[in-house]
Design a protein around this ligand. Structure first.
Ligand SMILES: Cc1ncc(COP(=O)(O)O)c(C=O)c1O
Length: 447
């Protein structure tokens, strides 16, 4: 019998992904709670999944393509590449050439392909979504977390980038630029992008623009894609996961730089064909509908964006009302970021001496608040930061209610909407306030 199957070393270089790690942490906390007779689940500020049902034209299109079971082109079927190119042109002003589009298994899968083929160390502004660094670790690719400042909404500035580049200007680098940003909910303005683009242009920096939340930008008419500001050096990534609530469909789009990309295209095709052949054919066919002009999907974008705005602004305001917390005001996406550092001394007195432990303390009884903290945001251990995802409510109910009777355009009605359709999140904000009070009185016990 085989007793000891040996594994490759690179798998040990990655830890359990955030969603799995969090699931284990929650399960462990449930066990502890059960031992004292507590049955309460948790306040779910951790998982970043759209709460809405997918747009009906998309699910119908998938049903209709179920029998299209043949293999497809590694870079994606032409019909979809064409629809996606026109979609990106309509919404973001990108070049509508289908030859610039590669279809991949989610943006996560596309990042993996790009990290695999593009030479250069990676620059990751932090706090950050956790997805990038484990892939870099796995591939043995060096990355540099670049700390950003709260005074600037945690956005990377041209000056930060210039400073980092001292002594390394001769090499190609890959800069991750995520806007709207996970975890802070901030959005880079056109001027901020232009300033960054001029540094990138001078220093062989290729931008991997993670724009998966672009269509959720609350003020979408003022949204700028990095692909329009620095077209010759930007890979723009987006997909179905967030704005069309279809994370499980695993379909992402990469818009290549407007340059001679024939070698890049070929390398991506080669790798895709070697590893997974093609993204599921029926999903690609269904996605043609999701990327084509469609009144119902356009309406879906408008309604879901508005609900995200109402939820995000109301909830971040509730958190801002808790004196010791520094809270970002979201402008898109599903998240805001909370800095607990004003409570640092009190946290340390309670044994919460780093940001990973902050996550555990928030989850502990009687607080039951699930968030993402610490290493999962690529934070240094002395920064006590947490990501709050504001998507824990019945999205179908909220969507239908909004369509029937949207709240009036004033704060009181919007807050009433949040209280009615997302009561657990409102209660969760109260639980955070109680947690802060418990920390200040030295009464946080991690059971
Ligand atoms: C910033 C960011 N990029 C990418 C992804 C992954 O997107 P996909 O489902 O397209 O792989 C996520 C998902 O949470 C994300 O938050």
């Amino acid at each position: 019998m085989l007793e000891n199957i040996l594994l490759e070393e690179n798998i040990a270089r990655i830890s359990m992904p955030e969603n799995l790690a969090l699931g284990l942490m929650v399960a462990k906390q449930h066990e502890k709670c059960a031992s004292i007779g507590c049955k309460f689940d948790y306040f779910g500020f951790a998982f970043g999944q759209s709460p809405f049902p997918i747009p009906p034209p998309l699910s119908l299109a998938l049903e209709n393509s179920a029998e299209k079971s043949g293999y497809a082109d590694a870079e994606g079927i032409f019909e979809l590449r064409k629809a996606a190119a026109h979609f990106n042109a309509r919404h973001f002003g990108l070049d509508p050439d289908p030859e610039l589009i590669i279809i991949g298994p989610g943006t996560k899968g596309l990042f993996f392909l790009l990290f695999s083929i593009l030479s250069g160390e990676i620059i990751i502004p932090v706090p950050s979504w956790i997805g990038y660094s484990p892939q870099a670790n796995f591939l043995g690719k060096k990355y540099h977390p670049l700390e950003t400042s709260p005074s600037n909404g945690y956005k990377l500035t041209a000056e930060n980038l210039e400073f980092f580049l001292k002594g390394r200007r001769d090499k190609q680098h890959l800069l991750i630029l995520n806007s709207p940003h996970n975890p802070t909910g901030q959005i880079y303005s056109k001027d901020e992008l232009s300033a960054l683009a001029s540094v990138c242009r001078k220093n062989r920096i290729i931008v991997l623009a993670d724009e998966i939340y672009a269509l959720t930008a609350f003020d979408f008419s003022n949204y700028t894609s990095m692909g329009t500001v620095y077209p010759e050096g930007t890979f723009v990534l987006n997909g179905l996961s967030k704005d069309r609530s279809a994370g499980g469909y695993r379909l992402g789009i990469c818009h290549l730089p407007d340059a001679d990309c024939s070698k890049i295209r070929q390398s991506l095709q080669k790798l895709a064909a070697t590893v997974y052949t093609n993204v599921t054919t029926p999903v690609q066919l269904a996605a043609v509908t999701a990327y084509s002009e469609n009144e119902e999907i356009a309406q879906y974008f408008t309604v879901t964006r508005e609900i995200h705005r109402i939820m995000g602004l109301a909830l971040s305001k509730m958190f801002t009302g808790i004196e010791e917390l520094q809270v970002t005001k979201p402008r898109g996406g599903f998240y805001f970021y909370v800095n607990f550092n004003d409570l640092k001394q009190d946290l340390i007195k309670c044994g919460v001496n780093n940001s990973n432990r902050l996550g555990k303390a928030l989850l502990s009884h009687p607080h039951h608040i699930a968030t993402v903290t610490g290493d999962s945001l690529l934070l240094p251990s002395n920064i006590f930061g947490a990501r709050i995802a504001y998507v824990d409510y019945n999205g179908r109910r909220a969507y239908e209610a909004f369509q029937e009777q949207p709240p009036g355009n004033n704060e009181d009605e919007e807050i009433a909407f949040v209280k009615k359709y997302a009561p657990l999140m409102v209660k969760g904000a109260g639980a955070v306030s109680d947690f802060v009070a418990a920390v200040k009185s030295g009464k946080v016990e991690m059971i």
